[in-house]
Design a protein around this ligand. Structure first.
Ligand code: AMP
Length: 152
């Protein structure tokens, strides 16, 4: 059974994943296994070599802060851009280029430092923060509610 499926009314483009480490690689594999279009960029050739033989997407090697590399990976045709390198500065730079230079509507970035979330929000970039997600999950396992009254 596919792990992901795109909403019917969305056109059939692909997802560009920046950073093909543990997170980017597993997302790329899941999308590809679900029959969805995907391209990955990583500066480290060895990272992309860890993709399974079944991976049917595009692979581009290089520094994702270079706009010409983003173009080479086909960002202009991408439906969504996901910046999940292990460097918050790279993720924000790539996400900003996707938004401002290539006018991508759907951009998601991982950020390790939750204090910088406001910078991303200002530019309309969705963020996933492992620190916040993990602390909420652990608090839940401990039977605590750390939401501080915030509505979800
Ligand atoms: P992980 O922390 O396992 O999810 O891996 C993060 C990945 O991001 C690694 O494979 C890095 O090589 C990659 N990465 C870090 N900086 C860049 C960059 N500037 N351009 C492309 N890939 C990067």
């Amino acid at each position: 059974m596919p792990l992901f499926s795109r909403e019917k009314d969305k056109h059939d483009g692909f997802t560009l994943i920046i950073g093909c480490g543990r997170l980017g690689g597993s997302l790329a594999t899941a999308l590809s296994d679900s029959g969805l279009g995907v391209a990955v960029i990583d500066m480290n050739k060895d990272a992309t070599r860890k993709l399974p033989a079944s991976y049917g997407g595009i692979t581009v090697i290089g520094d994702a802060t270079d706009p010409s590399l983003l173009a080479e990976a086909g960002i202009e045709e991408a439906d969504a851009v996901v910046a999940v390198t292990n460097n918050d500065n790279v993720n924000i730079m790539a996400a900003l280029m996707a938004k401002e230079m290539f006018h991508k509507e759907t951009v998601v970035a991982r950020l390790y430092d939750p204090d910088r979330e406001c910078v991303y929000r200002e530019f309309g970039i969705n963020t996933v923060c492992p620190t916040v997600l993990s602390s909420k999950a652990i608090a839940g396992m401990l039977g605590l509610d750390l939401s501080g009254g915030e509505k979800s």
